[in-house]
Design a protein around this ligand. Structure first.
Ligand SMILES: Cc1cc2nc3c(=O)[nH]c(=O)nc-3n(C[C@H](O)[C@H](O)[C@H](O)COP(=O)(O)OP(=O)(O)OC[C@H]3O[C@@H](n4cnc5c(N)ncnc54)[C@H](O)[C@@H]3O)c2cc1C
Length: 359
């Protein structure tokens, strides 16, 4: 992070995307492979804490866009890992883990992201191919991705008619356009369009119409990692604010000499530590094969609302300097909302938790 990312992050933010070479370097450093099988170039790990430690280190550059885009295979590739055939893994997983290809996950559609079971992109069977029509939006790494894990409707309405297909970006009929955002600038986000794309049926992940469960399991892991991100960025904000408060003098004293500022920092740390405690407990429980849904939804909301508060207070402690481009706290503040919306918005997390808790 210090050698390859920190000196370049401002330039990539301005460019609106990460260089492909970074994926190769990250693969060589062992970053892309964490949690994937060794035989496809991954690094097998015994528990979920490895992902949290990785996220903590990646967050040091103070850019959520870096994590979202460099690690977009972290949401695109697990369905392949769990339900793909050995041939599919060889073709679609190995080149991603080596950093040669970029993978993205495409679930959300212009018609709606929260209501996943209602997705409309269609895939009709034609011999040994599917003909795919429809569009996706808000897709992370969508402009650069070579391989897209796409949720399509292969059957009836509702959650029982959804499948996952790997669609290659050079498929005729596929096109995409860039979206500009509030934050996550170095992460290229795209709308995707499929017009009569012929996709081999051999690219389907798992059984036909069995995609919804894979999507839900994927969401659960993604939500833990989004909570880890929110926690890690809150730590960065707290550390930046503490260092600034030590150094900045007002009315002849450092900011840290003021009780108001010290109390802000204690409140930030108190909330950050509570998130970490809950994150650790849930990591331990999922690592012991416990299937947690309500707990993960609540963790995501706890972590992301903590980040919103902590980032806001960090900018406040920085004063005008926190409002200027180039300050880590300014960028993180702009990036808070995406964590409360992406991967399941807070309202949806509460609804899902309530259902799981039997209300
Ligand atoms: C930067 C960025 C990157 C993203 N990357 C990806 C990606 O890589 N792949 C991908 O598939 N998607 C991606 N997304 C999409 C993201 O997952 C969706 O934005 C999210 O799931 C919400 O869907 P929506 O935007 O369509 O909002 P909607 O579903 O339209 O909801 C709008 C608001 O209404 C609330 N709401 C909706 N239904 C209800 C209800 N029943 N009761 C109460 N409140 C409700 C929601 O909580 C939300 O606040 C990304 C989004 C962003 C912003």
């Amino acid at each position: 992070m210090e050698r390859e990312v920190a000196p370049n992050i401002e330039q990539w933010e301005a460019a609106g995307e990460l260089p492909r070479d970074l994926h190769r370097k990250a693969a060589a450093a062992g970053i892309l492979g964490v949690g994937f099988p060794e035989c496809y170039g991954g690094i097998e790990v015994p528990d979920a804490f490895y992902g949290v430690v990785l996220t903590e280190e990646l967050a040091r550059a103070g850019s959520g866009g870096l994590i979202a885009s460099l690690m977009s295979h972290g949401i695109a590739s697990p369905p392949l890992m769990h339900a793909g055939t050995p041939q599919q893994k060889e073709r679609f997983l190995a080149p991603v883990l080596s950093g040669e290809k970029i993978a993205a996950l495409a679930i959300t559609e212009p018609g709606g992201g929260s209501d996943v079971a209602n997705l409309r992109t269609s895939a009709h069977r034609d011999g040994d191919h599917y003909i795919v029509n429809g569009s996706k939006t808000f897709i992370t790494s969508g402009m650069r991705a070579d391989l897209l894990t796409v949720a399509v409707r292969t059957g009836d309405a509702g959650l029982g008619g959804v499948s996952l297909l790997v669609i290659e970006s050079d498929t005729p009929g596929f096109s995409r356009s860039r979206l500009d955002k509030m934050g996550w600038w170095c992460s290229d986000t795209a709308s995707l369009y499929f017009e009569d794309c012929r996709v081999p049926a051999a690219n389907r992940i798992g059984a036909e119409n069995a995609g919804f469960l894979a999507i839900m399991l994927n969401f659960n892991n993604e939500r833990i990692m989004l909570a880890a991100q929110a926690w890690a960025f809150a730590v960065v904000c707290y550390e930046e604010a503490l260092a600034y408060a030590r150094e900045r003098q007002t009315f002849g004293k450092p900011l840290l000499a003021r009780q108001v500022i010290r109390h802000k920092l204690v409140d930030m740390k108190m909330r950050i530590d509570a998130v970490k405690a809950q994150l650790d407990i849930l990591c331990w429980r999922v690592s012991h094969k416990q299937m947690l849904v309500a707990e993960v939804c609540m963790l995501k909301n706890l972590a992301t609302s903590t980040l919103e508060d902590v980032a806001g207070e960090a900018v406040q402690i920085f004063g005008g300097a926190g409002y200027l481009r180039g300050a880590k706290v300014e960028r993180i503040f702009r990036e808070t909302k995406v964590l409360s919306i992406g991967g399941g918005a807070s309202e949806i997390m509460k609804d899902l938790a309530a259902r799981q808790l039997g209300y």
